[in-house]
Design a binder for this molecule. Structure first.
Ligand SMILES: NC(=O)c1ccc[n+]([C@@H]2O[C@H](COP(=O)([O-])OP(=O)(O)OC[C@H]3O[C@@H](n4cnc5c(N)ncnc54)[C@H](OP(=O)(O)O)[C@@H]3O)[C@@H](O)[C@H]2O)c1
Length: 261
């Protein structure tokens, strides 16, 4: 039986843009109240005003998730305001495109802080309360990049492999607790992602690009159906799972070819 989110509260990270906005709309349509988190306050306030007209209770919490003390302050502030997080959508993240040896360390450092450390820390901050209440969902956003070594996104893809493996292990640990962890792996989606990573869309990305609302819907549906993992989109799923049949060096070569600018 599918779980209902009506009257529950979901914290969505990366809610100022792209998939985060799509998650917020999708969850609000399911009767869920929201906590929106990202650095940019203005787009989140705009989104909050739009969603409030439909009766959704929306809290906006501008936060730089690369900062550990800001993450602690976010969790403490919500607890202080009596806001119980039933659903955590760890969606905030970005990639850094280019040859690893030429990449600016400060960008890689910030990327790992958000994509890996913040995701793990937020999960730790909220999952214990969920387990005590015997209800909760954690939805982690990985990537099809998680399934193979990806030259030109070497550190980003490896970070997303961490998200994938961490999430499967956590879900196994949580079995029987009333809390589940689901990991969604989107392929290229029409958001600001490529602009932020510094890549021009390749022919493959243009061909397989999906729209954010559909990706968010599939991920939420998988979460509510109690699935541990989903690769969104049929072509993405075929590509991601086919890498299991290939030696790692072979799948790295294919990924390099598909990502070439
Ligand atoms: N689009 C794709 O092709 C694709 C494919 C696979 C996986 N993904 C994953 O999907 C997730 C969402 O990305 P998107 O495609 O929606 O890209 P996006 O439009 O660039 O959105 C990224 C979000 O992350 C937030 N963010 C970045 N750094 C942050 C920080 N330090 N603190 C708080 N929030 C931060 C951004 O908000 P602020 O800048 O306002 O802080 C923004 O809301 C990411 O985890 C990405 O890796 C995307």
């Amino acid at each position: 039986m599918k779980a209902s989110l009506s009257g529950r509260t979901a914290l969505v990270t990366g809610a100022s843009s792209g998939l985060g906005v799509a998650f917020a709309h999708d969850l609000a349509a399911r009767g869920c109240h929201l906590v929106l988190v990202a650095r940019s306050e203005a787009p989140m306030q705009q989104l909050a005003n739009q969603l409030r007209t439909g009766g959704t209770i929306v809290h906006v919490r501008p936060t730089d998730l690369s900062d550990a003390s800001a993450r602690e302050a976010l969790a403490n502030g919500l607890a202080g305001d009596g806001i119980v997080v039933d659903v955590l959508i760890n969606n905030a993240g970005f990639g850094v495109f280019g040859a690893f040896a030429d990449t600016d360390w400060s960008r890689l450092d910030a990327m790992l802080a958000v994509d890996v450390v913040a995701l793990t820390h937020l999960t730790r901050l909220f999952v214990t309360g969920m387990r005590q209440r015997r209800f909760g969902h954690v939805l982690q956003i990985a990537s099809t990049g998680a399934f193979q070594p990806t030259p030109s996104y070497a550190a980003y893809a490896a970070a997303k492999s961490y998200v994938l493996e961490f999430s499967y292990a956590l879900d196994a640990e949580l079995r029987g607790s009333g809390v589940r962890c689901t990991v969604a792996s989107p392929g290229v989606t029409a958001t600001r992602f490529l602009e932020v990573s510094g890549q021009r869309a390749t022919w493959y990305q243009r061909l397989t690009r999906m729209q954010a609302p559909g990706v968010a819907r599939s991920a939420v549906q998988a979460m509510l159906a109690g699935r541990t993992g989903i690769v969104t989109g049929v072509v993405n799923a075929l590509m991601a799972h086919s890498t299991r049949l290939m030696p790692r060096r072979g799948s790295a070569w294919v990924a390099s070819w598909l990502m070439r600018n």
